[in-house]
Write a protein that binds this ligand. Structure first.
Ligand SMILES: [Zn+2]
Length: 524
């Protein structure tokens, strides 16, 4: 009797709880929002139920959530996937706030030919660190070339070196990289012939990887660069992707329709070719790229030797002037110093302004001397105002253009970096969807979610549907906007109220939480 009574009481209690419907049945329910599912379907009023990190239900959700978010007046979308980042520093800045505050829940690193050499170790480090968002990576051709050839050299690899590069690519793919990236304007990849890239792309294709390329030319010479990309896709039988599609320099402006026609022709031929874009008319990369690669080949000591030789230095300067002329320019006034560690007072200044400040004069020769001095003093990064808004919008309208930032994880108030790292996705939703109506909202979201997930092979991401991982962005379509500008970039995007990564809020009520639920996304 003594034993039976407590048991009976307990059973009665369980029954009573069931009848009252008090038991929370899902971890989280987002109610009353307009769901944009990521596939491009029209927005619809639906609830989203989440359980164990995944989407449990989309539609009229009758179960109660242990936590409920009222998304009235807001859009509920899959978390954004940024396939073009340089966020290798995510393990030292694991909150990745500039990304998550604009709704980004997954990033792909290792772009433009540069990645970690040991992908397995990198993924372990991501998991040990615990980061706020999901991390996938490409494997960099420049990384492989440097490791296999012992530096930056202007020559073809030996058979043995090529084989070693192939093995690096194979190992990286086995360790979960999503593909191979090239940066064909950078050291040492710029010295590679197409045959070398084809061989390495074959190693990535064997594991169903993608080939993503910062092409050899993004200006007046883009046709040959596109043809090289198509050749890699054709000969290595690999999906190919144009990174940060653009046309830089006035002589190239207006050619966006021709570039898209070439991409369409390649697709008609049977090649799987896609592209990504950031929505700013300025680019950003190392200031060293203003100096010819042949002058920087072989390391810092060789560079100094060349500058000490008057004949060689004259050749370098002549080459720089010729490159400027071919870009339709007479000055480096389009280039702004974003970050220069050796002299932070130059951050935010154009090259002529910086030359004036450091050398007392801003002639072209003074500008070039300053650029060479910066490169000798450890280098820096720059912002280059060189694109046309009409081209930008033409590229943006193409259905296969993904939205990607080309950014690393930002540290508040460090340098004057390109605003894209803080604002890219929000700028698409605010400026190009709401204000200029270049894109439908549903299509813009598709280019940030299911399109990149599908092409880069991120499984169960990029769609709000039962079974998918619960990566979610909730934002106000009337208020979402970028707040970062070129002169004052360190501002988070506005209007994104909730961001979930694997079902866990990393942005809640517009503020970042301490949660770090991100996963290492290994290709499977
Ligand atoms: Zn790049």
């Amino acid at each position: 009797m003594r034993l039976i009574a407590p048991l009976a009481i307990a059973l009665c209690l369980v029954a009573a709880l069931h009848e009252a419907g008090d038991t929370p049945e899902l971890d989280l329910v987002i109610r009353n929002g307009r769901v944009v599912d990521g596939a491009g379907n029209p927005a619809a009023y639906q609830d989203v139920g989440i359980q164990d990190g995944r989407i449990a239900a989309v539609g009229r959700v009758t179960e109660r959530g242990r936590r409920e978010i009222d998304a009235r007046g807001r859009i509920v979308a899959p978390g954004f996937i940024d396939v073009h980042t340089h966020a290798e520093n995510v393990t030292s800045r694991p909150a990745a706030e500039n990304f998550v505050r604009m709704g980004v829940t997954s990033i792909v690193l290792g772009n433009c030919g540069s990645s970690e050499l040991d992908v397995a170790a990198f993924f372990r480090k991501v998991e040990e660190t615990k980061v706020a968002l999901n991390v996938a990576t490409l494997f960099g051709h420049n990384t492989a070339r440097r490791a296999a050839m012992g530096g930056s050299f202007n020559r073809a690899p030996t058979e043995e070196e090529l084989d070693r590069m192939r093995q690096h690519v194979d190992q990286a793919m086995r360790d979960g990289a999503v593909g191979l990236s090239t940066g064909l304007i950078y050291l040492p990849g710029t010295f590679a012939r197409t045959e070398e890239i084809v061989e390495l792309a074959k190693a990535a294709a064997a594991h169903d990887g993608i080939y993503a390329s910062h092409m050899r030319n993004e200006g007046a010479g883009i046709d040959a660069a596109l043809n090289e990309l198509f050749r890699v896709a054709r000969e290595a039988r690999i999906r190919a992707h144009v990174s940060h599609i653009k046309l830089g320099g006035k002589p190239a402006w207006g050619r966006a329709p021709a570039v898209l026609a070439a991409l369409e022709a390649a697709r008609a031929e049977g090649l799987d070719v896609t592209q990504d874009q950031y929505v700013y008319t300025a680019s950003s990369t190392g200031l060293g790229n203003l100096v010819p690669a042949s002058a920087r080949e072989g390391g810092a000591a060789r560079f100094r030797e060349r500058l000490e030789n008057p004949d060689e230095k004259a050749r370098i300067i002549a080459q720089m002037k010729e490159t400027l002329r071919r870009g339709g320019r007479e000055s480096y006034d389009y280039a702004v110093i974003a970050s220069y560690r050796a002299d932070r007072s130059l951050n935010g200044k154009t090259i002529p302004e910086a030359a004036k400040a450091k050398r007392g004069a801003d002639t072209l020769d003074d500008q070039i001397e300053l650029i060479l001095e910066i490169e000798q003093s450890g280098g820096g990064s720059g912002i280059y105002h060189g694109m046309d808004e009409t081209d930008l919008q033409t590229f943006l309208r193409h259905p296969n253009t993904m939205i990607a930032s080309d950014s690393g994880v930002r540290a508040r108030d460090e340098g004057v970096p390109h605003p894209r790292g803080y604002g890219n996705n929000a700028r698409v939703l605010g400026r190009y969807v709401r204000e200029l109506k270049v894109l439908r909202l549903e299509d813009a979201v598709r280019r940030m979610t299911s399109l990149p997930a599908g092409v880069f092979g991120l499984r169960d991401r990029g769609l709000l549907r039962p079974g998918a991982w619960a990566d979610v962005a909730v934002f106000d379509p009337e208020k979402v906007e970028d707040a970062a500008t070129f002169s004052d970039p360190h501002h988070y995007a506005r209007g994104v109220t909730h961001v979930l990564v694997n079902g866990v809020p990393v942005v809640d009520g517009g503020e970042q939480t301490a949660a770090r639920p991100g996963m290492a996304l290994r290709r499977r």
